[in-house]
Design a protein around this ligand. Structure first.
Ligand SMILES: Cc1ncc(COP(=O)(O)O)c(C=O)c1O
Length: 431
């Protein structure tokens, strides 16, 4: 492939979201922007319609791009006015619908994005307990409270999805106010609670991401949280409302003190939610948490329609089927071609790598697939508009790709790929 010209962008840092930035896929060849997206197809600025079998809008568009039913509901919301001096009736409707999925919770708050919602949950936990330090496991967004963990040690966040996150711009005075724990090591959690100089005000965790959760372990974590009277927050921004009906942890029969949802509950429209028990959530009466655009109604309307659609079509069953089919197909291809590929993840968000050369092979597959008008990445987030035939096509391309890869020297592979970059936070120059 011919290398593209240097990309000039007026967007500082090139993208509002790291996971959609070109260097996460292929620095030189990934389409820089789209003009249209429908179901599982994306029309890029250079006029190519790609079949998207990559990240489905990083897991936000679980019902497919521009889903007719959701868009129709949102258009109605727009016609009725997305904002006024009075709150939209949709706030109460969505609160009722969402609480149906969280039987032990009584109250809800809405905002617009995931990291923002977790920050709100952290504020409420700190207010409720009067204690400052947060123990966490998993990825929880860009906020100061989370990145503060890397002030003490730059490697603290390395095992929590994104490596090498510089806490650039985060007040150094926040050092020691958040710390990761190993969610598979109960004594690590308990010791961190007991030994911390700053008392613990909240435990924030993703119940699962790279594999299915161990129910017993989650129950033990809940017990520890209760023993020390620390609110437990499950961040279900990625795990919830995808391959399970509602929150992932509800399928295990475990309810935390607070849930955080975003992404799939809006199918790409901006909406996030925090649900919780009355005693904790009533802290919102004391803590100033407030923003004009949180009352804007398209996200609320979209989420009402999304929950109805998911219910009507049992989308979680189909998403699970697609995720499992993808994994089985990769495994048998890997075996047939004697080419090592590891897979991991929940059915609704899958990962793969070729352990011998993960970044090189991922980039090679991505660039190879672009020539076939197919978008792929090192992960696969199924969406409801994809089919098993789409996965079969993906596997044909992957098979051709592996066969070609095996015939090339390292130098030939690298010149085919263009610049090869790891996923995660690469610091890019911008002129
Ligand atoms: C578990 C989890 N928490 C928080 C976030 C941050 O959400 P957002 O990108 O909407 O701010 C993400 C995003 O990937 C996530 O997966």
């Amino acid at each position: 492939m011919k290398l593209k010209k240097v990309f000039k962008s007026k967007v500082a840092g090139y993208s509002q979201l790291l996971s959609k930035r070109f260097d996460q896929f292929s620095y030189d060849h990934w389409p820089r922007s789209y003009l249209k997206a429908k179901d599982s197809m994306i029309l890029s600025k250079n006029g190519v319609w790609y079949l998207d079998m990559s990240i489905s809008g990083i897991g936000a568009c679980v019902l497919g791009y521009s889903n007719e039913d959701i868009d129709k509901s949102v258009i109605e919301v727009i016609k009725n006015g997305v904002a006024s001096s009075v709150n939209s009736e949709l706030e109460e409707s969505l609160a009722l619908k969402l609480l149906n999925y969280c039987p032990e919770h009584n109250l809800v708050r809405f905002c617009k994005s995931g990291g923002e919602a977790v920050s709100i949950a952290v504020r409420v936990c700190r207010g409720y307990t009067g204690k400052s330090k947060i123990l966490f496991s998993g990825y929880h967004g860009w906020s100061d409270w989370y990145l503060a963990a890397n002030l003490g040690d730059i490697n603290n966040l390395n095992n929590h999805l994104l490596r090498s996150l510089e806490p650039f711009g985060v007040p150094k005075e926040l050092c020691g106010t958040s710390e990761p724990f190993d969610c598979e090591n109960l004594s690590d959690l308990e010791q961190k609670i007991i030994k911390s100089e700053i008392p613990i005000g909240g435990i924030v965790m993703e119940p699962a991401r790279s594999k299915e959760a161990d129910r017993t372990l989650l129950l033990e974590i809940k017990k520890i949280a209760q023993k020390f009277s620390i609110p437990l927050v499950f961040d279900e921004i990625s795990s919830g409302f995808r391959h399970t009906k509602g929150p992932y942890s509800q399928t295990l029969g475990i309810t935390p003190d607070i849930y955080v949802f975003a992404k799939s509950i809006g199918n790409g429209y901006p909406i996030a939610a925090i649900t919780g028990t009355h005693d904790i959530m009533s802290c919102f009466n004391k803590s100033f948490v407030s923003s004009t655009n949180w009352t804007e109604a398209t996200g609320l309307g979209a989420a009402c329609a999304v929950l109805d659609y998911m219910n009507k079509h049992s989308t979680h069953t189909y998403i699970t089927e697609l995720g499992n089919y993808w994994e089985q197909s990769i495994k048998s291809l890997s075996k047939n071609l004697s080419f090592e590929i590891n897979t991991s993840g929940l059915p609704g968000m899958k990962y793969f790598n070729h352990p011998e050369a993960p970044d090189i092979f991922r980039t090679f597959f991505t660039v190879f697939s672009l020539e076939k008008e197919l978008l792929v990445a090192g992960r696969y987030y199924p969406n409801f508009k994809q089919t098993k035939k789409n996965i079969d096509f993906y596997m044909t391309v992957l098979e051709d790709c592996i066969r070609k890869y095996k015939t090339l020297s390292r130098h030939e592979v690298e010149s085919f790929c263009g610049r090869i970059m790891p996923t995660g936070f690469n610091i890019l120059d911008q002129k």
